[in-house]
Design a protein around this ligand. Structure first.
Ligand code: PEP
Ligand code: MN
Length: 365
């Protein structure tokens, strides 16, 4: 992988809290102009607009296409900011480059398909343009990483991720459920990469755009891409989740950007004592887990000798209920207790299964 260029160093005047705004889709030159005029005086640093729209089912508005590209210059002139559009194949890339688009983005439905991503990469050979990659629809970090690696291989090093949540049929609150650990893992795997949050496609409704945006900031994401329309209810796509430029200004002004601790040496010293306590407790926790697993092994030996199944549902039920209750009393949520207990239980079952396998191997030998 080539070294990734931070969004602040793309030469486009983007800040550490990049704000990207604009409609889901370009509808007409008048619409682009009205939105851009509305955004004037806001903190917007890049203008977004879909031109080719990937719709889940045919029949709905699929974008104006290439003809809309020149309308984006209206926004560029009014706001004096770069513009970005979604591309999904080589023809889109060619048209976008010809149309003077400054930054490309790859949509969630495209990131899932390595053939499409590769086609885009092949058409970008020798071109120096920043590319933002939305997470794939399903929570697969490898697919997301793969897209960045393909882009890097053809020489694109101005890269950023966009967290737009994941499809989940059981999810009621969000259109696409956020998974905040994903951008954190991505940043760990790809040092230097910026990750923007797209609260619009996470939320699906405008009422929760503000709270999703604040969470993104709390998790250390590097900016926001928010769908903005001068008359959201009449938007040709994603009407429910778009907000007016005025609402965007209010939301942005009310966000609480806390500074990274790295910039405050006094805080690091003051927190040192507490952090040492945490380190010690973590070490003790690991010791305790090791002791617990030791006993699990003894239980495993017993089960093997007496030909008992590894998984004992009655016992597991009892453990879950009593531990959740105790955890609750100490202020820990049921969700946290469950995931902790599941992790411990899964590891224990795996250990005992390995013991059984070993025993079988011994018998055969
Ligand atoms: C969009 O940004 O309008 C879009 C289609 O998003 P996604 O790829 O996240 O669904
Ligand atoms: Mn949209």
């Amino acid at each position: 992988m080539m070294e990734i260029v931070d969004i602040k160093d793309w030469g486009l005047g983007l800040s550490e809290h990049t704000l990207i705004a604009g409609p889901c889709s370009a509808e007409s030159p008048e619409q682009i102009e009205a939105i851009a005029r509305g955004l004037k005086g806001s903190r917007v640093e890049m203008f977004r607009s879909g031109v080719w729209k990937p719709r889940t089912r045919p029949g709905s508005f699929e974008g104006i296409g290439e003809d809309a590209l020149e309308w984006l210059n209206i926004a560029k002139d009014i706001l004096n900011v770069p513009v970005t559009v979604e591309v999904a194949n080589a023809a889109h890339v060619e048209a976008a480059l010809k149309g003077g688009v400054d930054v490309l983005w790859i949509g969630a439905r495209t990131t899932v398909n390595p053939f499409s991503v590769q086609e885009i990469c092949d058409s970008l050979k020798g071109v120096d343009i920043p590319v933002m990659v939305k997470n794939p629809i399903n929570p697969d970090l490898q697919l997301w990483l793969g897209a960045f690696e393909r882009l890097s291989k053809v020489g694109i090093n101005k890269l950023a991720g966009i967290h737009r949540g994941f499809s989940d049929p059981y999810e009621k609150r969000y259109r696409n459920k956020p998974e905040w650990s994903m951008p954190i893992h991505l940043k760990r795997m790809m040092p230097g990469i910026s990750v923007i949050c797209d609260p619009s496609h996470i939320a699906g409704t405008r009422e929760i755009i503000a709270s999703v945006s604040q969470r993104a900031i709390n998790f250390g994401l590097d900016g926001l891409m928010i769908e903005t329309h001068h008359d959201p209810d009449k938007a040709w796509s994603d009407a429910k989740q778009q907000i007016t430029p005025d609402t965007l200004k209010i939301i942005y002004d009310n966000l609480n950007f806390r500074e990274s601790i790295d910039k405050h040496p006094e805080a690091i010293t003051e927190l040192e004592e507490l952090r040492q306590k945490i380190d010690l407790l973590d070490a003790q926790l690991i010791e305790l887990f090791a002791d617990r697993f030791q006993i699990i092994k003894q239980v495993g030996d017993y089960k093997r000798e007496h030909n008992l199944a590894v998984y004992q549902p009655g016992r597991w039920q009892e453990v879950m209920e009593s531990r959740i209750k105790t955890g609750n009393k100490k202020g820990m949520t049921e969700k946290f207790m469950k995931s902790l207990l599941f992790a411990i239980h899964e590891e224990s079952v795996k250990m005992q299964e390995a013991q059984l396998k070993e025993a079988k191997a011994e018998i055969k030998a």
